[in-house]
Design a protein around this ligand. Structure first.
Ligand SMILES: Cc1cc2nc3c(=O)[nH]c(=O)nc-3n(C[C@H](O)[C@H](O)[C@H](O)COP(=O)(O)O)c2cc1C
Ligand code: SF4
Length: 439
């Protein structure tokens, strides 16, 4: 049975005019920023976020407070907020950008204050036309309200914030590709080291990159305290998290639930959330953490929404917070092929294993699905996957090894390795019959 806690990042969603300044102020908006810049030191804000143990919500799950503490001391430093969200079936930031832009802006300005940033940039996926419009409108309102610009709420702190639309590339969600794009260059992930933008980021200056949902948690933490946040969930998985639940559930949507105390079953079957599988069908498998995560069968439904367990016991990840349910009518060859085709099209092409490997996998999967598969294709698929991510196997283990500049490379094998590991018979039937059994 799913726990019931008051929502944090979706608290205003569904209230009248949630995207306007008037609506935001009516629910206590900008009081956290006022409190931070007029009554707290930068260190005190950082301590609250550290105490909260807020893990980044963009995919890697790195603690926000620890990331901030790694910022190299230099002048200037920057804050960049990642609102690129382009992964298939991930649509939580999209909703926050459209429905609660002020909360993101408030979290951004508090964070910039805490880390001493000279300027903040909010990078929004170019296709989010309404999100960009609402973010821009909200930022103008924030300036008018004294919450952005010079001497915020009469304090000594001043900050300019820039909304920057992306140009529609999934790879620009990778933080170093995003920084290149923001600098006006082609969105190529940067070669490491340096490993973190906190050391060398935008224009060579130390930069913190945080996700839109990560920022949306900050005002609540400042108002209620880090300890109140950490009291939700379990010590290693604190607070709530927004999950995008899609696929063959009766009620696809974004649902905010307490971490660690709830399970995948709750999100997929609870009537308040996914409400079960459509048409009374059976769940065949689900993808627990976005397109690049290894798949789970129904035997994993009772696993807690806790990244350490999903990685450690499950060998997968919660990643971008997207859960895709697949019912018994799903062709698993086709499902894996569609995901691999996405990665193949979005590969930036810098690394041979990613560029060539994804294209090979796309072609092999296509021919199997189209009925032209060969008996040795299954070994070939695993061989190509192994060249992209050495040692990749089923049952899966986390983290996958890398031969590439960025994690898009090792994101390619999981759909194929999972489908082959769990549904090898379906591949064999496609090849034997020379056709897809699902039509
Ligand atoms: C291919 C790729 C796409 C990514 N897309 C996003 C994205 O759309 N949004 C996001 O916040 N992080 C994305 N990330 C993760 C970012 O690199 C980075 O870890 C994140 O923005 C940090 O924010 P957080 O610490 O608040 O989670 C992506 C990573 C990769 C490799
Ligand atoms: S892994 Fe793929 S997307 Fe990432 S840098 Fe290499 S080629 Fe580009």
């Amino acid at each position: 049975m799913a726990t019931t806690v008051a929502p944090i990042v979706t608290a205003h969603i569904g209230t009248p005019d949630s995207h306007t300044l008037r609506g935001y102020l009516a629910s206590g908006g900008y009081e956290a920023l006022r409190k931070a810049v007029t009554t707290m030191t930068r260190e005190e804000v950082q301590t609250e976020v550290d105490t909260a143990n807020l893990l980044g919500r963009g995919g890697a799950g790195f603690p926000a407070g620890r990331k901030w503490s790694m910022l190299r001391k230099a002048d200037p430093t920057y804050l960049v907020v990642n609102g690129d969200e382009s992964e298939p079936a991930t649509f939580k930031d999209h909703m926050l950008l459209e429905e609660d832009p002020h909360q993101i802006i408030e979290g951004t300005i508090i964070t910039a204050y805490a880390i001493g940033a000279a300027q903040a940039f909010i990078y929004v996926r170019g296709e989010f036309a309404l999100g960009i419009e609402r973010m821009t409108q909200a930022l103008n309102e924030a300036y008018g309200h004294g919450a952005a610009g010079n001497r915020i709420f009469g304090s000594d702190f001043s900050l300019d914030v820039v909304i920057h639309p992306g140009a529609g590339a999934y790879i620009c969600g990778d933080e170093t590709a995003l920084l290149e794009s923001l600098e006006g260059k082609r969105g190529f992930p940067r070669i490491k080291p340096p490993y973190f933008p906190a050391v060398m980021g935008l224009y060579g200056a130390p930069t913190i990159v945080n996700n839109v949902e990560t920022m949306s948690n900050i005002p609540w933490i400042v108002v209620n305290g880090g300890a109140a946040f950490a009291a939700l969930g379990e010590p290693q998985a604190t607070g709530t998290r927004l999950f995008a639940v899609s696929g063959h559930v009766k009620k696809p949507g974004n649902y905010e639930v307490e971490l660690a105390k709830n399970t995948f079953r709750d999100l997929i079957y609870d009537p308040r959330f996914g409400a079960g599988i459509r048409n009374g069908a059976e769940l065949k498998a689900f993808i627990p953490g976005g397109a690049s995560s290894f798949w789970f069968g129904p035997d994993r439904l009772d696993m807690a929404l806790d990244e350490t367990k999903v990685k450690g016991e499950g060998g997968s990840m919660m990643g971008s917070g997207s859960i895709i349910a697949m019912d018994s009518s799903t062709c698993m060859v086709r499902a894996a092929w569609r995901l691999v085709r996405f990665f193949s099209r979005e590969s930036c092409g810098q690394c041979t294993p990613c560029r060539e490997g994804s294209s090979w996998l796309d072609k092999i999967m296509y021919r199997i699905e189209a009925g032209d598969g060969r008996p040795d294709d299954l070994d070939l698929l695993m061989d190509v996957c192994d060249n992209i991510s050495p040692g990749v196997q089923w049952p899966s283990r986390w983290p996958p090894n890398m031969t590439t500049i960025c994690p898009l490379g090792p994101s390619i094998p999981p759909p194929i390795v999972s489908a082959l590991g769990m549904f090898r018979d379906e591949f064999l039937t496609h090849i034997k019959d020379g056709a897809c059994p699902y039509g």
